[in-house]
Write a protein that binds this ligand. Structure first.
Ligand SMILES: O=C(O)c1cc(C(=O)O)c2c(n1)C(=O)C(=O)c1cc(C(=O)O)[nH]c1-2
Length: 233
């Protein structure tokens, strides 16, 4: 006989979402080596060139969420993310800042943009994230982005650890992260608020938890694929 669980209170639901943090890519062995200053130049390049693919699809993922969302207030709020990454004009925005970091680790713009270093597993995982946003109800797609709740702390640590471990990388090269750190804590709170308000029964709450779990798998699989690509060469 199946048990019907009552709806979680906002506090319980929030705690359940936060409880997925051990699945977050912060503890992935590749990130641990990065933070310990143990990656060689080639591994750093592979990491930056592969994450480029993720950075690039974020605006398309967010546009998919907007296209599925009938609530004007949410669409208006979400639009900001697209402009943040694409920039208000050519040569500005998160994607451009990522290219700056790629240059700092020794990649040419051409070899990043033509995706020659993107591992099959990274492409597969990132594409799955976009497909998820296109095909699932908008609240679930937004819930999958809640990994950002865990990202602020990790990015802060990354800036300190990368500056300490890789002396050829300067603070200015990490503008992607320093700019993102402030943004992500605010966005993380807004996203959590939307998910808690719009999941109106236990089933939706469970679906949001599954969505966040799925996204943890996307990120983890990306680093697995980068790690494997680095070991091959
Ligand atoms: O550096 C990181 O560890 C990290 C993690 C995540 C994340 O947890 O999904 C994002 C970002 N950075 C990030 O910069 C970013 O713009 C971003 C957008 C999203 C998303 O799912 O919409 N996640 C993340």
């Amino acid at each position: 006989m199946s048990t019907v669980h009552p709806m979680m209170s906002p506090a319980e639901f929030t705690a359940a979402l936060r409880g997925l943090s051990p699945r977050y890519w912060g503890t992935h062995p590749f990130h641990q080596r990065m933070h310990a200053g143990e990656l060689n130049e080639h591994e750093l390049k592979l990491w930056a060139a592969n994450r480029w693919y993720y950075q690039c699809v974020l605006p398309r993922k967010d546009a998919a969420i907007i296209s599925n969302c009938p609530v004007p207030e949410i669409r208006r709020q979400w639009l900001d993310r697209i402009v943040y990454h694409d920039g208000p004009a050519e040569g500005e925005g998160g994607i451009e800042r990522w290219l700056h970091l790629c240059a700092a680790v020794g990649l040419t713009r051409e070899e990043v943009v033509d995706e020659r270093h993107v591992a099959p597993g990274v492409r597969f995982a990132v594409d799955a994230y976009v497909t998820f946003a296109r095909t699932r109800p908008w609240v679930e797609a937004i819930a999958s982005g809640l990994t950002e709740m865990f990202a602020g702390h990790l990015m802060q640590r990354r800036v300190t650890d990368v500056l300490a471990g890789y002396p050829w990388i300067a603070r200015d090269d990490l503008a992607y992260f320093t700019n993102r750190i402030d943004k992500v804590s605010g966005e993380g709170r807004d996203t959590l608020d939307i998910v808690v308000r719009h999941c109106v029964d236990r089933e939706q709450q469970e679906k949001a938890l599954s969505a966040l779990s799925f996204k943890c798998d996307v990120l983890w699989s990306m680093l697995d694929a980068v790690e494997r690509a680095a070991a091959k060469e």
